[in-house]
Design a protein around this ligand. Sequence first.
Ligand SMILES: N[C@@H](CCC[C@H](N)C(=O)O)C(=O)O
Length: 266
Amino acid sequence: MGRFSKMHGLGNDFVVIDARTDVVEMTESRARAIADRHAGIGCDQLILIGNAPDADVSMQIFNADGSEVEACGNATRCVPLFVGRDVLIRTQAGLLDARAVDGGASVDMGAPRFEWDAIPLAYAMDTLTMGASWEDLPPPAAVNVGNPHVIFFVDDLDAVDTARLGPIIETDPLFPARVNVNFAQVLGDNHIRLIVWERGAGLTRACGTGACATAVAAVRRKLVSGPVTVSLPGGDLIIDWAPGGTIRMTGPATHVFDGEADWSRF
Ligand SMILES: N[C@@H](CCC[C@H](N)C(=O)O)C(=O)O
């Protein structure tokens, strides 16, 4: 039998396995089966904590569809709670410094990347893909915070059919590796409301990297300033970024329960 912990950050929920002590061979189909909410344990992402030569621990991230990805902000905040101390975490997105704070954690998520600035993204969307399916959405911003995000700033978030547009944009041929889709409404100089259609997981209650990417895009467009409160369906994150710097994300992390499972059944 293998052990796991169920954890979440603002309702973005995880099955966390300590691969330092429980060796489990993770495949796409096994990750998908564990994440299945009806026939498995159920989670948005499956997290494997392992050993790393250059950090306290490593973190591997699998979306609910089984795809392995580079970054997960909400899971990163859960790692200090899982390990029991502040940690330097090796991820595909780089080394992340995660420190416990009251009720959660504060993480240096590294510097955002804007390599997509080289792509005339709005033009490409207009000419290649927009057509019938993208409708009246404005040209998005594109920010990579270890994983890829597009951000649409809209006037009225309640008027956007996020469940319908999310998967269309996620799988648009413009994004060969698919993309996380953020729908944001600026509520004030330091406040953004956000709904995220996550690549490989769909609509989640919160997306930490989505909040980081959205705050960065909003600061760059001078829509907000200073530390930004990003309000997601599951609650609030504080994101602090200034041009040229790294992103600091602060918010809750929750341990729900521990369990045991026979991984060979998945
Ligand atoms: N929920 C996460 C993001 C998880 C990965 C994402 N779906 C992707 O495919 O890049 C977060 O809190 O950042």
